[in-house]
Write a protein that binds this ligand. Structure first.
Ligand code: SF4
Ligand code: SF4
Length: 467
């Protein structure tokens, strides 16, 4: 057991909470190491994609539109209807299994490298804070100083920048929901007509501001359910940001004229703690607060470079490998999750490939079972419900595949408008002399242009022929 584990009661309190239960405001240092640079490049791509997303079109259609107000969804330029809800459910389940699988193998790397909360906080808001208020020591001093001219200017600038970006994020989210053209029309339209949009934007901007300026790491530690769940997903074989205590302990500062050979490689400089955005000491072991941002790896590598020791005292590794040199192992849990994941992906792909752009369902109209139009002619009334999930109007027609049955459309336009759901009424008529059963199965073929899209069946009810 490491020195730290004997002395620290780190599992009993959070790194950013003091003895009285109050919050310790964190001022993490920024270390621009190798991993930080990679994260920066990834975040540029991510941010460019996020802000450009509402403007990206595929064949004139939005790349992504999640209009929950009008139940209109477009994903990768393809319209999805509430009838496609099972795709969303399957996509959610697949994403959850993927994240779980990812966590079992790679720990919480999603949090540090992909999650929008961390990307925005560390790569946007934290950087702006450093530009305006200076490094972590200068920020600490600014916090402690009374409200003088310098503090008012710096805090004022920070508020304007933070709120401005929060407003931009809120606008982008709304553009994903209603489309940027719609949003622009609302922004430039008369305020008396569009004030609900403005109020909504202000509310969401304020929420984002509070999250990124005030709540910060508490989202990852206390609010996010994924963070709370990671304890049950990780095992000693998971790859996590870990301190190599075998190599690092016993830790100790380098002192002049003191023999170092009894010490491990950790010089107890505390830099890995200073850079941690959740305020923990990774040398205590894997902790709930760790979002795997890898800042402590960069920090420790920079120290190792200075003291001419190999990098990687803090690294991404499994606890088993650090302690027992076991290497990476495919555990039964990883295999089970992987198989489940492949099955889900297979099901999702099959459903996606076989998904039709046009849906049609024939239903008997409620009410009277049949009409005796004349002593020799019987008719039944039906509804056809159709959904056109494409962005083009479609000409449709139906063909009754039953001898002597005749179809009559009540509404004769055979055009199904783009991206719309429609219901039409039609009749099937048959002369009494051809009816041999009181319940005849009638096949109906549904065509778009000349292409048969679907074969359906319905029932034709009638009194049994007596001749
Ligand atoms: S312990 Fe390291 S990886 Fe974990 S949150 Fe802190 S700095 Fe990031
Ligand atoms: S940065 Fe490295 S050397 Fe310094 S305290 Fe952390 S683990 Fe030890």
């Amino acid at each position: 057991m490491s020195q730290a584990k004997n002395t620290e009661n780190y599992r009993e309190h959070l790194g950013n909470v003091n003895e009285q239960g109050g919050r310790i405001w964190l001022f993490p240092k920024i270390i621009k190491g190798r991993l930080y640079k990679i994260r920066t490049y990834i975040s540029w791509f991510y941010l460019a994609f996020f802000f450009a997303g509402p403007f990206i079109k595929i064949k004139g259609n939005p790349f992504l539109l999640l209009n929950v107000f009008e139940r209109q969804f477009i994903i990768f330029g393809q319209p999805f209807w509430p009838q496609d809800f099972h795709f969303l459910v399957l996509l959610l389940i697949t994403s959850i299994v993927f994240i779980v699988l990812f966590t079992v193998i790679y720990g919480r790397v999603f949090c540090g490298w992909v999650c929008p909360q961390t990307i925005f906080l560390e790569m946007v808001f934290r950087k702006i804070e450093n530009w305006i208020e200076g490094n972590s020591n200068q920020q600490r001093k600014l916090k402690e100083m009374p409200w003088n001219r310098e503090k008012i200017i710096k805090r004022g600038l920070k508020f304007i920048a933070f709120y401005g970006i929060s407003f931009l994020i809120a606008n982008t989210f709304l553009a994903y929901m209603i489309g940027w053209e719609n949003l622009w029309a609302k922004i430039t339209g008369p305020i008396a007509e569009n004030y609900p949009t403005l109020i909504g934007l202000i509310i969401f901007s304020t929420v984002f501001y509070i999250v990124f300026a005030k709540v910060r790491e508490l989202v990852c530690i206390m609010i996010c359910p994924y963070g709370r769940l990671q304890g049950v997903m990780l095992d000693p074989n998971s790859m996590v940001v870990a301190y190599d205590e075998v190599r690092g302990e016993p830790r100790g500062k380098i002192r002049k004229n003191e023999a170092q050979d009894h010490k491990g490689d950790c010089v107890d400089c505390g830099l890995c703690v200073d850079v941690c955005p959740t305020g923990i000491d990774i040398r205590n072991g894997t902790q709930l607060e760790c979002v795997n941002c890898t800042a402590c790896i960069d920090a420790c590598d920079s120290v190792m470079d200075k003291i001419n020791k190999p990098r990687g005292l803090v690294r991404i590794d499994s606890i088993n490998n650090i302690k027992n040199k076991t290497g990476f192992r495919f555990t039964p849990r990883i295999i089970a999750y992987s198989v489940f994941m492949v099955l889900l992906l297979g099901l999702f792909t099959t459903l996606l490939v076989t998904r039709t752009d046009i849906e049609a369902h024939v239903l008997r109209a409620p009410g009277k079972v049949y009409f005796e139009e004349s002593p020799t002619l019987i008719s039944n009334i039906y509804n056809i419900e159709m959904v056109n999930k494409t962005f083009d109007d479609k000409k449709f027609r139906m063909v009754v595949n039953y001898p002597n049955a005749q179809m009559v459309m009540v509404d004769t336009t055979g055009v199904l408008p783009a991206n719309q759901e429609q219901k039409r009424v039609f009749l099937i008529k048959m002369e009494r002399k051809f009816i041999t059963s009181n319940k005849t199965i009638i096949p109906i073929d549904f065509y778009i242009g000349d292409e048969k899209i679907k074969s359906m069946e319905t029932t034709f009810l009638a009194p049994v022929a007596t001749n």
